[in-house]
Each structure stands twice: as C-alpha cells, then as structure tokens.
Design a protein around this ligand. Structure first.
Ligand code: KG4
Ligand code: ZN
Length: 346
C-alpha cells in the first residue's frame, strides 16, 4: 500500500462520544474519547440536547488533550478532518463548527468524512507497534454493526463502495440496547448483555432468527425485539439465572442472524478479505463466529487493533481522511459544508 505521511487532527461528534484524534497516515498518535454514556444512561438512550451541550463543553479540552498526547501542536498538523454525517444533526453541528474554525484560523485544508466510511476503514489503522490490515485485497466485504447501522458493504477500492445488505428497521446495536432496557439492565445494552451472556446457556431460550430464509442480504431486528418483549413479559419474576440465559440466547440469535447474511454475501461476492467495524463488532461471540466461519473459507478477517476503534472514535475519521486526501478529496467551499444526518455510503 502506498503510504505517505500526513498529520491530521480529526473530530467526531456524531452521537454520544466527543472524540478527537491525531493521526499520521494510517498511524494513530492520539485518540481521545470522552464518553457521554453516564449522561444518557438514566434516559435509556441518547438525548440530542444533552449530547449537543456535552460536545460543546468537551470539544476544546479533547482537542488540547489529543495534541498533547501526540506531542504536537495545531501549527504542525497538515489538515483538519471532521465527520459530516450520518449522525445526530445537533451533535454533528458542534464538531463541524469547530473543524471549520480551526481550518480557517490556522489555514489548514479541511476533509469531510462519512462516519460509516470511518467504521469501514477502521481496521486499516495502525498503532505505534503496527497492527492493522497490510495490503488491501479487493473486493473487500465490510460488516458494519453499530447502534445506528447494520450494513454489508462491498468495497472495490478506496472510495468505491456499494451497500449490498442493510437493516430494514432497527440496527443490531439498537436491538441490544432495547432488549437490555426490557431486562432492566443499563445503557448501553451491548456490553452488559455480552458480559451476562458469558454466564448463561445460549441454547436455553428459543428466539426467532430474523430473516433466516430471506433471499436477499438484508437484516431486520424489530421482529426479534418484539419476540423478546413477549418472552420477557411471560416471566413473572425474572431471576438472575433467567436474565443470564436470556442474554446468552439473545446474543446467540443476533450473532446467527448476522453470520447467515455475512456467509451469503461471501458466497455471492467472493471477497478477498472481510473488514469488521462498529460497536457491536466488539462482541466476542460475534468475532469468534465470524473468524471461525471465514477461516473455513480461507478469507482473512480484519478488525481494528483496539476495541476503542470499534465504538465511535475520531482515529478512524483521521485514517479515513488520510485515504480521502490521497484521492484529493478536500472541502472546496468551507462555508458551504453542512451536516448530513442521513448521509449514506452507497
Ligand atoms: O459504533 P458505536 O459506538 O456507535 C454508533 O455509531 O452507533 O456502537 C454502539 C453500539 C451500541 O448499541 C452498543 O450497545 C453496541 O454498539 N455494543 C455492543 C458491544 N459493545 C458495544 N453490542 C454487542 N456486544 C458488545 N460487546
Ligand atoms: Zn458509529
């Protein structure tokens, strides 16, 4: 892979993490993530107004912390990058305003990044000890599973993406979060469900595997969510054992649903590598199942070198911006740059 140095200060405020990174090419020099989880927990989900205010308060300290950790200064960076979508409009706005201000004040080019392209390319990031994807092999197949998205992306090269499968309703992470609320567990649901699942029996409770027999590569999680609601309601006094068994059975069902479509996509598109991205991809059961499945087929699977690059972070935005800069993809009219809450990769 052609590699040159390009120091980028990257910002992501797409949802409920305020994150600022400094990257150099695909190398991550600093990746500061200020999570707002504690602020949103009592609401069981992200509250836009609270997210906006927290981003406003936390962004400057995060910029300073990232520059400090990378032992650099704003004058030494080559470009500023920012997520312009998809995400929460009022949250995206905060990062975009800061990126414009830094770009104009310090005369640095600006790179606008699609958050999902960031997740897709997150496996290319390298830490100071290396790691990350070596030479890219195309076509690649990306499985992106987060709180807002569940997508299968066929990647024919950098900047050449096609969505070949996606959720028709809820995202997988959203389903984890909602089922956690039904079980009286805390937000976000993914980490707590996967922790409790380790102590439960994954075959104890039968749940419907969504879209098992559908001919396409799409996902759907709202039916599973409803099935979970009915099954949990049937339990008058859910015991700890029931909750652990439910978490394990639910996790197994989601993993199975994702794996079925990933396997079909592999069969259909014959990728030369698989890229994992998004918060749900931090799930160990999912990682293990995918590695086992693709290992049998001899297809390498890549995930980011750290789980902090799977959940929302600005390092993946910096890495993605580097690949964009290689294609000459800079913002031409900075004042016209706006948030694109529904931006898609296809
Ligand atoms: O990528 P991400 O940080 O944010 C979005 O762009 O949405 O993903 C957050 C989602 C949440 O729904 C969270 O419950 C889920 O990822 N998640 C997990 C795990 N860790 C985070 N889901 C399943 N297992 C996990 N270990
Ligand atoms: Zn995300």
């Amino acid at each position: 892979m052609k590699r040159s140095r390009m120091k980028i200060l990257a910002i992501d405020t797409s949802c409920d993490e305020t994150s600022v990174a400094v990257t150099d090419g695909v190398g991550v020099l600093a990746n500061i993530i200020s999570s707002q989880v504690e602020l949103h927990r009592e609401w069981g989900g992200v509250v836009p107004g609270i997210a906006k205010r927290a981003h406003q308060e936390r962004l400057n300290p995060c910029v300073n912390a990232a520059l400090r950790e990378a032992s650099t200064s704003i004058s030494k960076v080559d470009a500023i990058a920012v997520t312009c979508g998809p995400g929460l409009a009022v949250a995206l706005e905060v990062g975009i305003a800061k990126a414009k201000e830094l770009s104009q004040k310090h005369q640095k080019p600006l790179i606008a990044v699609n958050h999902m392209e960031g997740h897709l390319l997150s496996a290319f990031a390298k830490d100071t000890n290396g790691g990350g994807v070596g030479d890219p092999q195309f076509p690649a197949l990306g499985l992106l599973v987060s709180g807002g998205h569940t997508e299968l992306i066929l990647m024919r090269g950098f900047g050449r993406y096609e969505i070949v499968g996606q959720t028709l309703d809820d995202a997988a992470g959203e389903c984890f979060d909602k089922v956690a609320v039904m079980l009286g567990l805390s937000y976000p649901g993914g980490p707590v469900i996967s922790r409790l699942a380790k102590e439960g029996d994954p075959n104890s409770i039968e749940l419907p595997v969504p879209m098992r027999g559908s001919a396409d590569l799409n996902f759907s999680f709202s039916g599973l969510k409803t099935a979970c609601l009915y099954r949990i309601r049937k339990e008058e006094k859910p015991t700890d054992k029931f909750i652990r068994n439910f978490c394990a059975s639910f996790e197994r069902t989601v993993v199975e649903a994702l794996l079925i479509k990933l396997a079909e996509a592999v069969k259909k598109h014959s990728p030369r590598m698989v890229l994992l991205g998004g918060g749900v991809a931090a799930n160990r059961r999912l990682q293990g199942a995918i590695e086992a499945g693709t290992g049998r087929l001899g297809i390498p699977v890549y995930k980011p070198f750290s789980s902090s690059l799977l959940t929302d972070n600005a390092a993946m935005i910096g890495v993605c911006a580097y690949f964009r800069s290689q294609r000459g993809n800079f913002v031409k009219d900075i004042s016209a740059l706006d948030r694109l809450p529904r931006l898609s990769l296809g």
